[in-house]
Design a protein around this ligand. Structure first.
Ligand code: HCA
Ligand code: CU
Length: 400
C-alpha cells in the first residue's frame, strides 16, 4: 500500500472545465490555480493548449506563476499536441488514448498494436525533447477495455522506460472498488512507474474507487473541486480529503491547509453557478449538525462519539439541533447553559417533554425553544406546560 505517499492531481482546470456550467476566464483560472496551490494539492492539470488560443495562454501564464504545485497539461497521444504543450512551459504532460472497443471503433479507429506503436513513438519523442518533464501515459475507458489489451499496452509503455506515471481511467463511472483494487494491484505488480487513478462518479463510487486504487498501489488521485466534470463529474477534492482524513488524520493535516477547503468550494460554486450540496462531505450545511437526543447528549460530552472528522480542522462549526420531537434534555440543558438561563434539571426535563409535544403539533424553531427557556426560567409557563411537568416524572425525556 502506498497510502502514505499519495498525491492529488487536481483537475478542476481540465476535467472541471468539462462541467456544463464551467466557463472560466483567464483571471478566474489564475485565481483557482493559486487557491488550489494554497490549499496544498500536489499537482494541477490544465486543459490542453490545443483546445483554444485562450487555453494555450492560460497554460503559459499558470506555468509561470511559480506555484509549489506541479503544473501539468492534458493532451492526446500525438506529437503535434505534445509540441504545442511543451512550448507552454508546463512541468508535465498527461498523455491519453482510448483503449476500449467503443473508443477504438467510434473515436480513433486504431488497433491495440497501432496504439502501442503510436504511444512508443510519441512518448520517446517527448522524452527526447524534454528530459526533465513529468510524463504520464493513460488509457481512456480503461475499465471497459479488454484486460489483456490493457495490460499489453501498459507493459509495453512501462518497458520504454520514459514515462513517470501510468494512468488508469474509469471514464464512464462503472468500476467498483473491488475491481479497481484488483486491476490497479495487477498493474502495480507488473510495472514500475507511478500509478494515477481518474474515476467518474456516474454510479456514485468515485471516491471509494480512488481509495481502492490507493489500496491497490496507486500513487496519484485525480480530483476536482466539488467533483465537477463531464456529466456528473469525478471524485470531489473535499470528499477525497474526508476519506483520507479518516484514514490518517495527522498526515492530511500536514499535507493540506484544511481550513481553505470551504473557501475553495465556495469560489468554484459561485463561478459555475451551483450551490454546495446539502450533504457534501465537510462543507454541506448539515455535515456537522446533530439532531437525535441520544446523539446530542453524546456530542455534548465527547464530539468524537458521533463525528469522524473534527469540524475545527476545517474551520466549520458543529450545530446541535434541539427544536424537534427527537430532542433530549441534555441538549436542551446545553442550550439553557449557552443562553445563561437558570432552570433545574427537573424543569429542563419537563420542558423537554413539552417541546416534544409541541413539535408533534407544529414546526418549531430555535427561537421558539429559546423563548420557552426564558419563559420557564421566569416562571411564566401555562397550564399545558404544567401538565407536561407532571408527566416528567414518568417519561424518559431522552428516549430518542
Ligand atoms: C475524458 C478523458 C478523461 C481522461 C482521464 C485521464 C477520462 O473522457 O474526458 O487522462 O486520466 O475520463 O477518461 O477525463
Ligand atoms: Cu474524465
Amino acid at each position: 500500500m502506498s497510502l502514505e505517499q499519495y498525491a492529488i492531481i487536481d483537475s478542476t482546470l481540465r476535467e472541471g472545465e468539462q462541467f456544463i456550467n464551467a466557463n472560466f476566464t483567464h483571471e478566474q483560472k489564475v485565481e483557482i490555480a493559486r487557491a488550489l496551490d494554497e490549499f496544498g494539492v500536489e499537482c494541477l492539470e490544465l486543459t490542453s493548449p490545443l483546445a483554444s488560443p485562450g487555453s494555450a495562454e492560460d497554460a503559459r501564464t499558470i506555468a509561470r506563476l511559480g506555484l509549489k504545485a506541479k503544473v501539468l497539461t492534458h493532451i492526446r497521444c500525438q506529437k503535434e499536441d505534445a509540441r504545442v504543450a511543451l512550448d507552454t512551459g508546463v512541468a508535465g504532460l498527461d498523455v491519453v488514448i482510448g483503449t476500449s472497443s467503443a473508443l477504438r471503433r467510434f473515436s480513433h479507429s486504431k488497433s491495440i498494436e497501432e496504439i502501442i506503436d503510436l504511444a512508443a513513438d510519441v512518448l520517446t519523442w517527448i522524452r527526447s525533447q524534454a528530459p526533465d518533464i513529468v510524463l504520464r501515459f493513460s488509457t481512456e475507458d480503461s475499465f471497459r477495455s479488454e484486460e489483456a489489451d490493457l495490460f499489453r499496452v501498459y507493459l509495453a509503455v512501462d518497458r520504454l522506460g520514459v514515462v513517470n506515471r501510468l494512468g488508469i481511467a474509469d471514464t464512464v463511472g462503472i468500476a467498483s472498488p473491488g475491481q479497481v483494487a484488483r486491476i490497479v494491484g495487477t498493474l502495480r505488480r507488473m510495472t514500475k512507474a507511478d500509478i494515477e487513478f481518474h474515476g467518474h462518479n456516474d454510479s456514485g463510487c468515485a471516491v471509494a474507487n480512488a481509495f481502492a486504487a490507493l489500496e491497490g498501489g496507486a500513487t496519484h488521485i485525480d480530483t476536482t473541486v466539488l467533483g465537477i466534470g463531464e456529466r456528473n463529474g469525478i471524485a470531489s477534492l473535499g470528499a477525497f480529503i474526508a476519506r483520507m482524513y479518516t484514514w490518517d488524520r495527522d498526515l492530511v493535516r500536514q499535507k493540506y491547509h484544511l481550513d481553505g477547503l470551504r473557501g475553495l468550494e465556495l469560489l468554484i460554486a459561485e463561478l459555475v453557478g451551483v450551490d454546495i450540496p446539502f450533504n457534501n462531505c465537510i462543507t454541506g450545511y448539515c455535515a456537522f449538525t446533530h439532531k437525535a437526543g441520544i446523539h446530542a447528549k453524546a456530542i455534548l460530552n465527547a464530539p468524537e462519539t458521533y463525528e469522524a472528522l473534527d469540524p475545527h480542522d476545517f474551520g466549520v462549526t458543529r450545530y446541535v439541533s434541539i427544536a424537534h420531537r427527537l430532542t433530549g434534555w441534555n441538549a436542551v440543558k446545553g442550550r439553557a447553559d449557552q443562553l445563561g438561563v437558570a432552570l433545574s434539571t427537573e424543569q429542563i426535563k419537563a420542558l423537554t417533554l413539552h417541546i416534544k409535544a409541541l413539535a408533534d403539533e407544529k414546526r418549531l424553531t430555535l427561537d421558539d425553544v429559546d423563548d420557552l427557556l426564558r419563559l420557564w426560567a421566569n416562571g411564566h409557563h401555562d397550564a399545558a406546560t404544567d401538565s407536561a411537568l407532571s408527566l416528567a416524572e414518568e417519561t424518559p425525556a431522552d428516549a430518542q
